[in-house]
Write a protein that binds this ligand. Structure first.
Ligand code: SF4
Length: 290
């Protein structure tokens, strides 16, 4: 794959951990990497989003079983006492916020604890272009400076790579069909409030009028803008220390993940239906509190 070589993502001796959701992109990248001869295990995080999570987990497990691959599983509810709907209620933020913090923490932890050199995610060209559009609309230099296909390992964080950044959603779906990979098609039921989907729709509309714009937008950003932004990320310069609760690297006393655990693990489980709207409201949080 061109991206792996161009961005020096992986070497054959690396121990690779692939974050697997059960969707087309993560299963396709796992399949591609094992086809290319990399030693790649999978990591599935059970988010507790009702039937959606049950089905996504089943797809990840089936793929691992059929291909004789190792799948590590972590359950938010079983191991940390909360799930994403409950975390959304506890933090009074859109579900994707608590979900993203939880996934990033657990991906990093699993990679470091398991001795993996590289953490792989299935972000494709459509994903990265949508994130870039959001960051550009806000001229968010901090995020723009860190929007790279490879983030090197540092201070307790594993190296992170995105091998699919040159490939579109359609190409990944086509790969899965050709390879007979059975993936989760349904969208997450609590994605409401996630601007990522709106940015994707805008870019698809531009692409329809002007084919090639999406790839040019993202790939020319990497080629022309990223070098100018190098070194401008404050996060890269912040001094990190260990979270007082879990020991993970953080800039505060406690990391964002432990803050969620502290708020959400004390609540009764909140049903998925309660967080279908954009706001998850303080009243919901109070009602669920023991
Ligand atoms: S759409 Fe949001 S809540 Fe659903 S899995 Fe993705 S990040 Fe998590």
């Amino acid at each position: 794959m061109k991206a792996i070589e161009k961005f020096d993502m992986l070497h054959v001796t690396d121990r690779v951990l692939v974050a697997v959701s059960g969707g087309k992109d993560s299963l396709a990248v796992w399949d591609l990497l094992t086809e290319l001869g990399y030693q790649a295990d999978g990591l599935y995080v059970g988010l507790g989003i009702g039937e959606y999570s049950d089905t996504s987990g089943a797809h990840a497990r089936r793929f691992a079983d059929e291909h004789g691959l190792k799948l590590i599983e972590v359950s938010l509810r079983d191991e940390y006492g909360y799930d994403v709907p409950t975390a959304a209620a506890a933090t009074n933020r859109v579900p994707c916020s608590a979900c993203g913090i939880s996934k990033r923490h657990l991906f990093d932890k699993a990679a470091i604890d398991g001795g993996y050199n590289v953490l792989v995610t299935g972000h494709n060209l459509d994903d990265e272009a949508a994130v870039l559009l959001g960051n550009t609309l806000r001229w968010d230099i901090e995020y723009l400076a860190r929007q790279l296909p490879v983030l090197p390992a540092r201070d307790g964080f594993p190296k992170k790579v995105k091998p699919l950044v040159r490939l579109t959603e359609r190409e990944m779906a086509a790969w899965c069909i050709v390879r007979g990979i059975d993936y989760l098609v349904d969208e997450c039921p609590i994605a409401a409030g996630n601007k990522h989907l709106a940015y994707k729709a805008v870019l698809n509309s531009v692409e329809h009028e002007s084919p090639g714009s999406k790839a040019a937008f993202y790939l020319n950003f990497l080629e022309n803008m990223s070098p100018l932004l190098a070194g401008m990320s404050v996060a890269g310069k912040d001094s990190l220390h260990s979270c007082a609760t879990c020991g993970a690297p953080t800039t505060g006393e406690n990391c964002a993940f432990c803050s969620i655990v502290g708020k959400a693990a004390a609540l009764d489980p909140v049903p998925v239906e309660c967080v279908l709207g954009k706001s998850v409201g303080k009243s919901l949080s109070k009602r669920a509190r023991r």
